[in-house]
Design a protein around this ligand. Structure first.
Ligand SMILES: Nc1ncnc2c1ncn2[C@@H]1O[C@H](COP(=O)(O)OP(=O)(O)OP(=O)(O)O)[C@@H](O)[C@H]1O
Ligand SMILES: [Mg+2]
Length: 399
């Protein structure tokens, strides 16, 4: 699938624009503040039903208007007759109305599989640099796209976690039999949903590891990358337990055999660790064991990239994670996703830029923003279309 036509009315800084594209790389060039990110954001919204920068849909409507419209023709490999017409209309303080081929759809899940996409923006560096929650979110956001029941599973887990934390907080003094019996119910459900989440994340991390390793090898010849899913019970931080701040120190996993396999399965380990940490949970007044405290550690040549990677290495690690996502979506959804790259070229050296351009030219319909077309000098670039974004208008540049 690819984006063939895009029309925006009153979307952010655009009053009315109409663009068309082929199934190739597209360059969006323009000075700061002219609307490059806004354009990528609109494409991402048409793909996923949400913005990558805000949950407030009213922000997407032009300041001087009370509605906006996004319209796209999605091309199919089957030919023009199989094209999709996607329309999204937003009015202030109302839910967005979505139509596919002129028919209203109620749920976002009814249309987000039409045009899958992956977006990279400078903020995504936080996946590497920030707290474990960013890396868990990265894994979860992929699982939500490839497994229909995963969002629900997370909701169920989070609900039980809230209930368990609520109970723990309410216990002051001696723990009673009634506390214990309620705690047992929450524990049982926490283990049930939590083990399923961990198993899915582990399977995904296993797939990511191989793809990630080959991208890093490609970007930095001779650098070997590794990726490890870190269980809450194997994490320990400066302050003595696995909080969200500070760097993760991985304690030796006691439940692994020599080949790194888990003894007894996730469920059993989670159960025993949860029971073993109950006293600690009561004193910290929160649940310290479970997938909400897990992490994903990333290593270059055996060193944790979060602590020891250079800016450029961290950026390439983040871009490579997104390229992994692209491949996983392609494999699992059976169609080529589109790739949206915001402001990535300026931050990379010429060698890394070349490699990235090589990857995107090869495979996917890609939209790349740049403030300066000279970033493309000396690169073997094959942009099919180049657009200049200036004064709230988009004009095609001669090739
Ligand atoms: N709802 C809105 N209505 C009108 N204008 C808006 C709205 N939301 C944002 N803008 C304007 O859109 C402009 C362009 O923003 P955008 O982030 O797309 O720029 P950009 O080209 O990506 O810039 P940079 O190179 O600095 O990242 C901003 O200057 C902002 O004032
Ligand atoms: Mg921008």
């Amino acid at each position: 699938m690819h984006l063939k036509k895009l029309e925006l009315k009153n979307y952010r800084n655009y009053k009315h624009i109409k663009l068309d594209f082929e199934n190739r790389a597209v360059l969006l060039a323009g000075n700061n503040g002219n609307g490059k990110t806004n354009l990528l954001e609109s494409i991402y919204y048409l793909s996923s039903g949400k913005s990558h920068r805000t949950n407030l849909e009213d922000e997407l409507i032009n300041w001087d208007a009370d509605f906006c419209l996004l319209r796209a023709v999605i091309g199919s490999p089957g030919g023009d007759n199989d094209d999709f017409l996607l329309e999204i209309e937003m009015r202030r303080q109302n839910r967005a109305k979505i139509r596919v081929n002129k028919v209203y759809v109620q749920k976002k899940t009814d249309f987000i599989y039409i045009l899958p996409s992956v977006i990279f923006s400078p903020d995504d560096l936080r996946i590497i640099k920030s707290s474990p929650s960013q890396r868990r979110d990265f894994l979860d956001s992929i699982l939500e796209k490839i497994e229909k029941g995963y969002s629900r599973l997370r909701l169920q887990y989070n609900k039980v976690l809230l209930q368990r934390n609520g109970l723990i907080k309410s216990i002051s003094g001696r723990i009673t039999a009634s506390h214990m019996s309620t705690l047992e119910v929450w524990n049982e459900n926490l283990i049930k949903y939590g083990s399923e989440i961990i198993e899915r994340r582990l399977a995904l991390a296993g797939r990511l590891k191989g793809i990630f390793g080959s991208h890093i090898e490609d970007f930095f010849n001779g650098t070997s990358a590794d990726m490890k899913y870190i269980f809450s019970w194997d994490r320990q931080e400066n302050n003595g337990f696995n909080s969200e701040s500070g760097n993760t120190v991985i304690v030796k996993p006691a439940h692994m055999d020599g080949d790194g396999q888990l003894y007894g399965g996730i469920r059993k380990i989670f159960e025993s660790r949860l029971a073993g940490n109950q006293e600690r949970d009561l004193s910290y007044r929160t649940t310290t064991t479970g997938p909400h405290r897990d992490d994903l550690a990333i290593f270059f040549d055996g060193k944790d990239v979060r602590s020891f990677g250079s800016q450029g290495q961290q950026r390439i690690a983040a871009v490579s994670l997104k390229l992994c996502e692209l491949q996983i979506l392609k494999e699992d959804l059976g169609k080529n996703p589109i790739l949206l790259l915001d402001d990535v070229l300026s931050e990379l050296d010429i060698e890394r830029r070349k490699k990235l351009i090589h990857i995107i030219n090869d495979c996917y319909q890609t939209f790349v923003t740049a403030t300066n077309v000279s970033y493309l000098d000396n690169l073997d670039v094959d942009f099919n279309r180049k657009y200049l974004i200036r004064n709230n208008a988009v004009t095609q540049l001669d090739y």
